[in-house]
Write a protein that binds this ligand. Structure first.
Ligand SMILES: [Zn+2]
Length: 313
């Protein structure tokens, strides 16, 4: 039997599949964390707002900083212990955007957003999951420095994995927001939408936040009904993807249309189109057709369309 329980699952999604052992039991001991942070194999991912700081090493870009290298930028606003990679400690260090801004003028650093890093393949793929983890947690800190219960400034505890309120004693945890993203299918055709935010030629799956009190299946059916007026019957789970922009979990599904009647909501999508499976196959293979593009492989939408195009659903 394979030691990989997900062996027959869909391809691993960008930002997932971290090799780092999170070692959550270490989070509660501040003394251990100080030792780990000073370990000569410790590495820090440095983030300031939406910018990831990379070291330029000739043609290569390196996202990991030694403890001493990081201290040259000043004091991190928050630090999160990401875990151990073959016993080497890994951390995320969050700086105020203004603190890393001067690095833009330097030849030995590059500041770049995480989406562009993935699209351009700017760093080795193994760095994408910990960068996503660091960005999501550090972004949560930046937006949750005060207790939502009583308004008091909160303290970082548990190695960056919790904020405690000294006044009302509430404990606050980093949040992940579930987003359903689905390919609605009717026979040999699927529905794609074009968001008003997309380029004219970019078509993708429908998507939206799951709401409180909804199952994933209900959220899928509601979003498809709201966005394109289409009723769906069976919903099947495909795969999920961390999407740290700022803190989503994309839950990819297929939805079988119960009718062929569509009525797009102009506020949600600019246009919708039915796409034949044969055309989807060509687009996934990289052929250009009628100025239609589908999202790149870093997005789970690409893999939903691909799996259906190849007859895997
Ligand atoms: Zn409080």
């Amino acid at each position: 039997m394979s030691n990989r329980p997900d062996r027959n699952s869909p391809p691993r999604q960008a930002y997932s599949g971290s090799r780092i052992e999170r070692a959550a039991v270490r989070r509660s001991d501040p003394a251990t964390l100080v030792t780990l942070a000073e370990n000569n194999r410790a590495g820090f991912y440095v983030i300031g707002g939406d910018a990831v700081v990379l070291k330029k090493r000739g043609e290569d870009l390196d996202p990991l900083f030694l403890p001493g290298e990081m201290r040259a930028f000043g004091t991190a606003r928050e630090t999160v212990f990401l875990g151990l990679l073959d016993e080497a400690p890994r951390f995320g260090a969050g700086f105020d955007p203004a603190a890393v801004e001067p690095l833009k003028a330097r030849d030995d650093f590059k500041l770049i957003d995480l989406r562009s890093i993935a699209v351009q393949g700017a760093v080795a793929a193994e760095h994408l999951p910990p960068l996503a983890e660091a960005k999501a947690v550090l972004g949560w800190h930046a937006r949750h420095r005060f207790c939502p219960n009583c308004g008091t400034a909160t303290n970082v505890v548990q190695a960056g994995w919790r904020r405690d309120c000294p006044s009302c004693h509430a404990e606050h945890f980093p949040r992940t927001d579930p987003v359903v993203i689905m390919l609605a299918i009717a026979g040999e055709r699927c529905v794609l939408g074009r968001s008003p935010r997309f380029p004219q030629t970019m078509w993708s799956c429908l998507a939206g936040f799951a709401e409180p009190g909804e199952s994933i299946e209900e959220a899928v059916r509601r979003e498809v009904r709201e966005e394109v007026g289409l009723a769906c019957a069976r919903v099947a789970y495909f795969a999920s993807q961390p999407w740290p922009f700022p803190s989503s979990l994309m839950i990819g599904c297929f939805a079988k249309a119960a009718s062929r009647d569509v009525k797009p909501d102009e506020n949600e999508i600019a246009e919708l189109r039915w796409l034949e499976r044969s055309v989807a196959r060509e687009l996934i293979a990289g052929k250009r057709r009628d100025g239609i593009q589908v999202p790149p492989p870093i997005a789970i939408a690409h893999h939903l369309i691909k799996a259906w195009a190849l007859g895997e659903y």
